[in-house]
Design a protein around this ligand. Structure first.
Ligand code: URA
Length: 180
């Protein structure tokens, strides 16, 4: 079995935190195991929990369309979340839940070894880079522990504030360039 499949399998049986008791499905992430770009959201929502796939609800539609506009195929990147199970009522994941889930993301990043990692929104920005204020950090390059990052807006934020949508596309274009 390929490494990425092995990680998926271990996530599927995970009982490290209480999120496991309320989930319908784990949402390990999907995409190319050879991806040059790994995109990381916060946590699965209702639709993701129901299907076991990341970013398939409203925010997912925005993300898929923004990727297309930026000239990036959804199938050529790898998309996942900081936590792999849905927090009840879509509350924010707790620090402790993030900590217990972190190893899975780390293994995914080690295995895929992308050229660029894309934290979506404030929550992923905080978890991955210990930075705040996505509106200031978006579209900028960060280096940490030998890895390159470029954060951008969470697609859900662009549903509430439509003006952010072209900025999301602009950042993704830049990310496409940086990933080569
Ligand atoms: N929002 C996220 O952060 N992740 C998903 O998978 C869906 C919505």
């Amino acid at each position: 079995m390929k490494n990425i499949e092995r990680i998926k399998k271990s996530i599927s049986g995970c009982r490290r935190c209480d999120l496991s008791s309320e989930r319908k499905n784990t949402v390990p992430g999907e995409g190319s195991k050879d991806a040059e770009i790994v995109i990381i959201g916060e946590a699965p929502g209702k639709k993701e929990d129901e299907t076991g796939r990341p970013f398939v609800g409203r925010a997912g539609k925005v993300l898929t369309e923004a990727l297309e506009k930026a000239g990036i195929k959804r199938s050529e990147v790898f998309i996942t979340n900081v936590v792999k199970c849905r927090p009840p009522t879509n509350r924010d994941p707790k620090k402790d839940e993030i900590k217990k889930c972190r190893g899975y993301l780390e293994s995914q990043l080690e295995t895929i070894d992308p050229n660029i990692i894309v934290p979506l929104g404030n929550s992923a920005l905080k978890t991955l880079l210990d930075e705040e204020r996505i509106s200031e950090k978006r579209g900028k390059t960060f280096e940490k522990d030998g890895r390159k990052y470029m954060p951008t807006y969470h697609p859900a934020a662009t549903i509430y504030n439509r003006k952010l949508r072209p900025k999301l596309v602009k950042d993704l274009k830049k990310i496409g360039e940086e990933s080569k």
